[in-house]
Ligand binder design. Sequence first.
Ligand code: 5GP
Length: 141
Amino acid sequence: MTMVYDENNIFAKILRGEIPCHKVYEDDKTLAFMDIMPVAKGHTLVIPKCQAVELSDLPCEFACAVFKTAQKVMTAQRVVLGVQGITQMQLNHSDAGQSVFHYHMHLVPTHLSNIAKHESKMGDQDELAKLAEQLRTAIAE
Ligand code: 5GP
């Protein structure tokens, strides 16, 4: 491990149900939910249900599970948002700009160069809730 895992990081709290999220998908090894400061409409995060700070800590079975969930989410993003471009992004270490120290994959609907980490303001909660619901439905279909 590159860094000691902090059980009180924000995504650990989301996994324990201590703080809410707009859930898109969940299975026994992963959770997908809306990024609270989306850089683009539909910006979604996928996290493993294990204690991994970053990629180098991630057991292969969880890496596989994260990618399987990401495939479901990106398919749903294309259906719901009518986009084809999806940027998969994942930062390792604060030197790379990582700000939450529980492994997470960003899936950002992308058109040309709208790539950035996140906005400085919160997204509209109603819109996030609606998008999460639409993506859940698309995954279930
Ligand atoms: P990083 O910069 O570590 O790659 O990405 C962290 C991401 O987590 C950012 O895009 C940020 O908007 C998102 N984020 C931070 N706190 C919360 C939160 O409490 N809930 C949700 N849903 N996303 C969060």
